[in-house]
Ligand binder design. Structure first.
Ligand SMILES: NC(=O)c1ccc[n+]([C@@H]2O[C@H](COP(=O)([O-])OP(=O)(O)OC[C@H]3O[C@@H](n4cnc5c(N)ncnc54)[C@H](OP(=O)(O)O)[C@@H]3O)[C@@H](O)[C@H]2O)c1
Length: 161
């Protein structure tokens, strides 16, 4: 795993560790993955891949590209028995907003926004994303799932524009 020092990545690492997994910080190395284990990959994308934003154009484009990468890689690595999937969270309670903007109050306003607008009436928690990642990474629950772009968003994709 990479990106496990805080936020969603940290929650995933803790969840996997609590389930008894060996959590290894690593990058994608197809050859090594193939040699060691069939394994699988879960990319962390975003609702931004589905919802255009004039203020976050590059972010939306990058997440869209990541989703296509997930789907193409699923085709490429499927014959080797390696599954590749994605989780696409909506707003999740992490330090990312203060880190990017320096605004210490932004998270509070997002919490309130999600409470008022998301169908499930709350912001996402890092553990919500971790549970979805564990489901997709599990060879029992998801052994026949690859190339999936999975929203983890409290129903936010069904909000009216
Ligand atoms: N929070 C949300 O609302 C939300 C919603 C949708 C999608 N996401 C996605 O979820 C992912 C994690 O976001 P987060 O909210 O958990 O953010 P976060 O709390 O700020 O955590 C970001 C993590 O990424 C690591 N990182 C940053 N730049 C890196 C680099 N160049 N190389 C390796 N690691 C790097 C950081 O490590 P260091 O501590 O070493 O910098 C940190 O562990 C992101 O891809 C984000 O787009 C987040």
């Amino acid at each position: 795993m990479y990106g496990s020092s805080s936020g969603i990545g940290e929650a995933i690492a803790i969840k996997l560790w609590s389930l008894g997994a060996n959590v290894v910080i690593t990058g994608r190395d197809e050859k090594r993955i193939g040699e060691l284990t069939k394994g699988n990959i879960v990319n962390i994308s975003s609702i931004a891949a589905f919802t255009p934003s004039s203020k976050m154009m590059l972010h939306c484009m990058a997440k869209c590209a990541l989703d296509m990468f997930t789907k193409c890689l699923a085709l490429q690595l499927g014959p080797k028995g390696i599954r590749v999937n994605s989780v696409n969270p909506a707003t999740v309670r992490t330090p990312i907003f203060e880190r990017i903007t320096g605004d210490t109050k932004l998270l509070d306003s997002l919490v309130e926004h999600c409470r008022q607008t998301y169908p499930l009436g709350r912001i996402g928690e890092p553990e919500d994303v971790a549970e979805a990642v564990v489901f997709l990474a599990n060879e029992t629950s998801a052994s026949f799932i690859t190339g999936l772009i999975m929203p983890v968003n409290g129903g936010a994709n069904h909000l009216p524009n």
